[in-house]
Design a protein around this ligand. Structure first.
Ligand code: URA
Length: 236
């Protein structure tokens, strides 16, 4: 896994890290980067069977009317996912936040802007990748997803993954990583290696919301992106 100094520099600058350079004012600082009837609702137990074989439109329709867990009572909109449905890269986050719940699109708040910058640094964007979350509905007050919510929602993401067949899954943040990999290991232990999600390579990195609070970790996130890119290149 090799990357040029220029490439690293472009990444760090896009991520809001100002590198020290001879003669540059302020160098050395580290800055934060900145009226159809609804289809019948299914219960959690039959979720996977019911989704088997569904195409994108039918799947999206199911999600839009989903009542499998109590989050449907407090959501404004479901957040299905966005991007290229035949993408090599699938980015999986945790759950919609307030802005995503309002707009129905994942990662559109501040963390989303940082995710966009991370993707740009490896010549990707929202049109080239697919972005989804473990949960399709916002947990109130952005609390962590509950196990029963994850279990109820999981078949949707699994069907999306079957349809996309990505070359890499990038799990961003602890919640996405632990739920996809069915482990309780901390994120720090899950980074830096290639995991397997039902035959698809999976790389773990920090959640951009965390990187906004801990900008010094952006360098490690860069290593994670390079590892994921190497996996995709090797698959080509
Ligand atoms: N955080 C996530 O994990 N997902 C989003 O869509 C937004 C913020």
């Amino acid at each position: 896994m090799t990357a040029g100094v220029d490439e690293l520099q472009r990444y760090l600058e896009a991520m809001g890290i100002v590198l020290w350079r001879e003669g540059r004012p302020g160098a050395g600082s580290v800055a934060a980067a900145s009226p159809e009837p609804a289809p019948p609702a299914a219960g959690p137990a039959d979720a996977a069977d019911v989704l088997e074989g569904l195409d994108w439109d039918a799947l999206a329709e199911r999600v839009a009317h989903c009542t499998r867990c109590e989050l449907h009572q407090t959501r404004s909109r479901t957040v299905f996912g966005v991007g290229n449905r035949t993408a090599d890269w699938l980015v999986v986050g945790e759950a919609p936040g307030a802005e995503e719940d309002r707009r129905g699109e994942p990662f559109v708040g501040r963390a989303g802007q940082l995710l966009d910058a991370m993707l740009r640094a490896i010549d990707l964007d929202r049109q080239k990748v697919y972005i989804a979350n473990v949960l399709k509905c916002r947990p109130p007050n952005n609390r962590d997803p509950r196990p029963e919510e994850v279990a109820a929602c999981e078949p949707y993401l699994r069907r999306q993954i079957e349809l996309i067949q990505p070359k890499i899954i990038l799990a961003v943040g602890r919640i996405a990583a632990q739920n996809l990999l069915k482990t309780q290991q901390p994120l720090g232990r899950l980074r830096g290696r290639v995991h397997d999600y039902q035959g698809i390579p999976l790389v773990v990195t920090y959640h951009p919301a965390y990187l906004l609070r801990a900008p010094a970790e952006k360098r490690k996130a860069w290593q994670d992106l390079l590892l994921a890119r190497q996996v995709v290149r090797e698959a080509d």
